[in-house]
Ligand binder design. Sequence first.
Ligand SMILES: [Zn+2]
Length: 281
Amino acid sequence: MPELPEVETVVRGLAYLVGRKLHSLEIFDSRVWFESPLDPKSLKGLQLLEVARRGKYILLRFEKNRTVIQHLRMTGKMLDSKSQLIPDPVRNAIGKGGKGFQIRSRFSFTGCDLFFYDPRRFGTLTLVSDEDRYFREKKIAPDPFHRPEEAFLCFQEGLRKCKKPIKTALLDQSIIAGVGNIYADEALFLRKIHPQILALEIRELKKLWQEIVALLERSITSGGSSIRNYVNASGEAGTYAQKHLVYGKTGEACSRCGTFISRILLGGRATHFCPSCQPRS
Ligand SMILES: [Zn+2]
């Protein structure tokens, strides 16, 4: 699943749409239109004012206080309707169920059409008039880049009372928005913290916070990590995966000490760490 840097890369790739009018938003797969209180037809003719992000969510902000909130989940991509990344059989079946449902919606802007292409169909679209309320109800923490002070307080408060392993806590979007499996493993390695230590036992939370923010920033600079079939809005893969230190490195030598990287399951998620650099106590 794309994490904050990958979603930020998509958001930057969609910035060219700002200022254009949306002529229609067609929903081909009703399952994508998730928990939405408003009708997609209410967007007709509205200008796109901003493409933004909160954690792993993409925000398409239109006139009249209308925001489309999108989550890409496992395989979602926003692609130009002519993109070669969309197989012909899928394109030919659009709107007809089966394979056609992989193209879940079409945004028709002045001068360009975008498909929400999502082979595994876990992605979501929601149209709201009150973003803050939506995220409050979903218990999504403030964004670490757009509201850094509030986000740090939320992180600190969340970890201090969390009795789960720190790795599991870092995946909790109500504690920190935007971090997923890759960046949680990488940040704990950089701070030399064993992933099974309980969150409430972690000291120097400010340093962990700063490490995570700096890590996310470095990844954004590289266009994010490209894992499996993730690509950004222009169809280009990010390169940060080449810089991963522990994620996906099971059995390889630690870049710091040479010990083999271990893999365990925590909260059902694969967790990668160096047993020497990240001791349990
Ligand atoms: Zn090591």
